[in-house]
Design a protein around this ligand. Structure first.
Ligand SMILES: Nc1nc2c(ncn2[C@@H]2O[C@H](COP(=O)(O)OP(=O)(O)OP(=O)(O)O)[C@@H](O)[C@H]2O)c(=O)[nH]1
Ligand SMILES: [Mg+2]
Length: 456
């Protein structure tokens, strides 16, 4: 584990150096926030434990860290988010309150501030001396409870879970056999934050408290229900691995036939200790996702610019023709209407009496047409063109794969926003060059990151 923590640190430093060097400016240009992308990398690897109430989350954590830190109990026990980790060498053990956590720039929790005061009073970090927690942090969460609404809690519970899931490198989703059918809400929270299928290997599914099944038949039934519900929600054809576990509770005998699952609990703990390695994948996946999203946005803006130039060309062509006509015939029309100027340009050209003075009115007419044309363009043609693009947003991109269609759904609103707020500036941006930069980054730098991680 030592080695992989160091690798993670090296890789993180590399990403933090290369990403701004190669792509800063490009990110900002399209309203992407590079800081936000790098926040999950700020701190140590995070393991998030979520699931139904009383599924045994806190019991499992206490067992993992070999200390009775979290309160456990049959009724819904926790109503707080607890981040448990070991203090660094210069820190001392103790509790840190939510309001301090979100204000601390060295921690990745600043984004939780937007969920309000109520959440902050239900957020705490416990720093305890524990060898296993030196390189990881575990977050214990309040159990999902269908009857508790957002109003009761006073903050957007699923929003918080989603945000923590974004920061986490490993997510343990814990159920128990009594409630194998009530996982919808939990999964919905994950689904909205982790839409790419690649992210699903960050989630470990656990069915805990299996010792409470009457017998193996009962267990199989509960397992079946859970699988069915999972496949309904994930849309995956394969069944993800589900760890079947139980805690050894003093005074509670484990039925003999369940002892074969004893090692699953150990494997789950091992998987959790592997979080630093997961972080490496997480880091690269995040950067990968962001770079591909960015590339798609640039493609859309590039197409926008191309369409604009086409429209502009057509406009200039008609403006040119109007300009020439105005230059040649403008003063003739004036002459016919008012008798002034006495010698229109075209007539003096025909009679060969052209002098410097004859150019005055044609030039004024030309200027008037050009000025009028550009005002018209700015006021009417351009806004109409932008409107056309925003209503036909999907036609700005060519989507070849399901992956790209997913990607487009995620960035569509960003493109819309860019066009509505920033269309004029986007005309001047060198999209082609930016796209080449991002594509080169994906092909070269990102690949070398992947290769490095595969070697670990
Ligand atoms: N039989 C049995 N009981 C368990 C097991 N795991 C936990 N328990 C008991 O179940 C109850 C709930 O456990 P907790 O660890 O508090 O559950 P939790 O998921 O943290 O619950 P909330 O914090 O309320 O969401 C406690 O009384 C535990 O002793 C298990 O594997 N088998
Ligand atoms: Mg608990």
């Amino acid at each position: 584990m030592e080695a992989s923590m160091k690798d993670a640190k090296d890789l993180k430093a590399k990403i933090e150096k290369i990403l701004p060097k190669k792509l800063s400016g490009v990110f900002e240009c399209y309203g992407f926030n590079m800081e936000e992308l790098l926040t999950p990398l700020k701190w140590k690897p995070i393991v998030l434990i979520i699931g139904n109430y009383s599924s045994g989350k806190s019991t499992f954590i206490n067992e993992f860290i070999e200390k009775d830190i979290q309160r456990t109990g049959q009724a819904p026990t926790d109503d707080s988010f607890t981040i448990i980790t070991a203090p660094s060498e210069e820190e001392s053990p103790g509790d840190i309150l939510g309001s301090t956590l979100v204000a601390d720039e060295t921690l990745p929790f600043g984004s939780l501030r937007r969920f309000g005061e109520k959440l902050l009073s239900h957020l705490v970090m416990k720093k305890i001396q524990c060898e296993k927690l030196k390189d990881i942090a575990i977050i214990d969460t309040p159990g999902m409870l269908d009857s508790v609404t957002e109003q009761d809690r006073g903050y957007d519970f699923l929003g918080v879970i989603g945000e923590l899931a974004r920061l986490a490198d490993l997510i343990v989703l814990m159920f128990d056999p009594h409630k194998a059918g009530t996982i919808k809400e939990t999964y919905k929270a994950l689904r909205t934050t982790l839409p790419a299928s690649s992210d699903e290997d960050r989630v470990l599914f656990v069915m805990n408290r299996i010792d409470e099944c009457e017998n193996v038949e009962d267990l199989v039934r509960a397992y079946g229900t859970l699988c069915w519900n999972l496949s309904q929600m994930t849309g995956r054809k394969d069944i993800p691995r589900i760890y079947l576990t139980y805690a050894k509770i003093p005074g509670k005998a484990i039925p003999k036939e369940f002892e074969v699952w004893e090692k699953e609990r150990q494997e789950l703990k091992k998987a959790i200790l592997g979080a630093p390695r997961m972080r490496l994948f997480h880091m690269i996946q995040e950067v990968d996702k962001a770079a591909r999203e960015l590339a798609l946005v640039i493609k859309a803006m590039k197409r926008f610019k191309e369409l604009f130039l086409k429209r502009m060309k057509a406009f200039l062509r008609s403006l040119g023709i109007t300009g020439i006509l105005a230059f040649l015939l403008g003063d003739l029309a004036m002459n016919l209407l008012t008798g002034y100027p006495s010698e229109p340009f075209i007539l003096s050209l025909a009679t060969g009496t052209l002098s410097f003075n004859n150019f005055l009115w044609p030039l004024i007419w030309l200027l008037l047409v050009v000025a009028g044309g550009s005002v018209y363009f700015q006021k009417f043609t351009f806004p109409r063109f932008v409107k056309y693009c925003t209503t036909n947003l999907d036609s700005l991109v060519k989507l070849d794969s399901a992956y790209e269609r997913d990607l487009w759904q995620r960035v569509r609103s960003k493109v819309l926003d860019l066009l509505e707020r920033d269309a004029r500036r986007q005309i001047w941006v060198r999209h082609k060059r930016n796209l080449a930069k991002v594509e080169k980054f994906i092909k070269k730098d990102l690949q070398s990151f992947y290769e490095r991680v595969r070697r670990f």
